[in-house]
Design a protein around this ligand. Structure first.
Ligand SMILES: Nc1ncnc2c1ncn2[C@@H]1O[C@H](COP(=O)(O)OP(=O)(O)OP(=O)(O)O)[C@@H](O)[C@H]1O
Ligand SMILES: [Mg+2]
Length: 565
């Protein structure tokens, strides 16, 4: 087409090798991106095993071998041309595309900035070797090999010295490449993966059927044993994966991954939505490990919005985030979400001489409740050290910390009361007069309405004094004055300061101060009531400080210890 520019045309179409190099700038940033593209291709080719080798962090050599479909000679050469792909044919194929690749860009881009060698063999075919140097075809020859493909990339960026210079230290490159393999290994537990760097094995993952087994192979049992299964569906969106037990979340070092339709995606908002599911079960600042797999129809998400396909665009992001939060929350709800004893290396409690059966607890409670179904309310059986309550749930012995448990119960009650009709208060026969510091009086003023809703009706008296007309009554040993003093001091001192939501912060502060304390002897009825209420809470196994309110000793563990299995 001529548009009559005339004279010496200053606008010219780039030679394809230059175009490839420019494309490489978007796709190939460093060795890890090469590893990612090549491993994705191997998976797209149906590999059952993928092996990655690096030398010098991939700067000298990257080799990815697979036992997938391989290519015949014609395809092997075509594959190195820009926009040559076997994975889509038309634009509509892009909707819901199930392969990692679809652009036909990765191989030509990589080959344009390296000394590239492709060895491949399709079923029942002869093998082919194609060599490309800096984007220029160097030779095509026969190769003897089994079905599958091996791609070797040497001297990455050798012909673009400015970019080569910017490659960071070997250790950094190795770590990034290892992360790239790890992420893809998480998408396909059924495929074997290995990674060797300068002859040393860094990763070795046998094929597995469950994600948790893959996680164990990648990061060890120490992390795997802290993870709970996530499995949740809302409309067209299904969320599966793993979420860390709240009590085992730490401020640093967490693993956080999001996958959408089987693709790894970087999405801090989805991770944050997952963290929101932990609200009131972890201390602010703790970052739980999360592996979230989102599955939804192909037309509800666009995966073609980022040069390296690291982002996805959802049609309804708000809905997705809401369901992610629900999914994580649901994973934390069962009693099994409590820290198990034994499995995480707690020493087993030796039952010493102090075993006391509280008066009034029928002995047959010890024998009952062999049923599964952990949510069934079970009568408490024992109070130990005036602090812990021991009882049986489903197939486990549950031990509750009475303060933490009551705190969880009150927290959920109070949140409901704050957004509903308020709590039943009791009118004090003799109103209390209490003195406070100026900052505390300010805190009282700022929270007057909330205090009234939980049952404290307060009036300024004179100077630093206030009068309390009504008070809540969360349990028989409740000390209304002391609780109010502590609560107000906490509010003035900014305790629970990391909590975002004002109502939740208030509820947590009150729950912590109003709950039964450790060291208080409870009678059988009180224990039973507390347990029943705890078991009907939304998140029974976690207190509001990020500690467990309940631990479980699985029956299996007892059987193991006593040699019954
Ligand atoms: N390991 C492999 N085994 C079999 N075929 C392969 C392999 N790697 C690449 N191919 C073939 O080469 C083609 C080009 O690969 P390339 O990675 O450049 O593009 P793509 O995967 O189709 O798309 P994208 O650029 O999005 O990755 C693929 O479509 C595939 O047919
Ligand atoms: Mg590809």
């Amino acid at each position: 087409m001529s548009v009559g520019v005339g004279g010496s045309a200053r606008v010219q179409v780039l030679a394809s090798t230059v175009a490839d190099q420019i494309a490489a700038g978007e796709v190939v940033e460093r060795p890890a991106s090469v590893v990612k593209e090549l491993v994705e291709n191997a998976l797209d080719a149906g590999a059952r095993a993928v092996r990655v080798e690096l030398e010098d962090g991939g700067k000298t050599l990257i080799r990815v071998s697979d036992d997938g479909s391989g290519m015949d000679r014609q395809d092997a050469q075509l594959a190195l041309q820009r926009h040559a792909t076997s994975k889509i044919r038309t634009a509509t194929d892009l909707i819901g595309v199930a392969t990692f690749g679809f652009r036909g860009e990765a191989l030509p881009a990589i080959a344009s900035v390296s000394r590239f060698e492709l060895e491949t063999c399709a079923e029942g075919d002869d093998g082919t070797r194609v060599r490309v140097t800096g984007g220029k075809l160097d030779g095509v020859e026969d190769a003897v090999r089994q079905r599958g493909t091996t791609i070797t990339v040497r001297g990455l960026f050798y012909n673009t010295p400015a970019r080569r210079k910017f490659l960071r230290a070997t250790a950094t490159q190795t770590r990034a490449a290892s992360e790239a393999v790890t992420i893809l290994a998480l998408t396909r537990p059924d495929v074997a993966f290995s990674l060797a760097s300068d002859g040393k094995t860094l990763l070795e993952c046998p094929p597995a059927t469950r994600l948790i087994d893959r996680v164990r192979a990648l990061w060890g049992a120490e992390l795997a044993d802290t993870l709970l299964a996530v499995s949740h569906r809302a409309g067209p969106l299904e969320i599966t994966g793993l979420a860390q037990r709240p009590a085992q979340a730490r401020p640093a070092g967490r693993k956080g991954y999001v996958f959408v339709r089987g693709r790894p995606i970087r999405d801090p908002f989805i991770l944050r939505a997952g963290e929101a599911g932990y609200r009131s079960t972890i201390a602010p600042g703790d970052r739980p490990s999360l592996l979230l797999f989102l599955d939804l129809p192909g037309d509800a998400v666009d995966v073609n919005v980022h040069p390296a396909k690291l982002e996805a665009r959802f049609r309804d992001k708000f809905f997705v985030e809401k369901v992610v939060e629900e999914a994580v929350r649901a994973a934390l709800a069962p009693l099994e979400a409590a820290a198990p004893m034994g499995a995480i290396g707690y020493p087993l409690p030796g039952i010493g001489g102090d075993l006391q059966i509280p008066a009034g607890v029928p002995l047959e409670l010890f024998a009952q409740h062999a049923t599964a179904g952990s949510r069934e309310p079970i009568a408490p059986v024992l109070q130990l050290f005036a602090t812990y309550i021991v009882f049986q749930t489903g197939q486990a012995v549950s031990i509750v910390d009475q303060h933490s448990a009551h705190e969880r119960v009150l927290y959920e009650d109070v949140l409901r009361q704050l957004s509903g009709d308020g709590a039943p208060a009791q009118r004090l026969l003799l109103p209390l007069t209490l003195d406070f510091a100026p900052a505390e009086l300010d805190a009282i003023e700022a929270h007057r309405e909330l205090l009234a809703r939980i049952g404290y009706e307060i009036e300024p008296f004179s100077g630093r004094s206030i009068v309390v007309h009504t008070a809540p009554n969360p349990h028989p040993r409740f000390e209304a004055a002391r609780c109010l003093q502590e609560l107000v001091a906490d509010l003035a001192g900014g305790r629970f300061g990391g909590w975002q939501n004002r109502l939740e912060r208030f509820a947590a502060t009150y729950a912590c101060r109003a709950a039964i304390k450790a060291g208080q002897t409870l009678d059988a009825d009180e224990m039973r009531q507390l347990i029943v209420r705890l078991l009907s809470a939304t998140l029974p196994a976690h207190d509001v400080h990020g500690r467990p309110s309940l631990v479980q000793l699985p029956k299996e563990e007892l059987e193991r210890r006593f040699g019954r299995t």
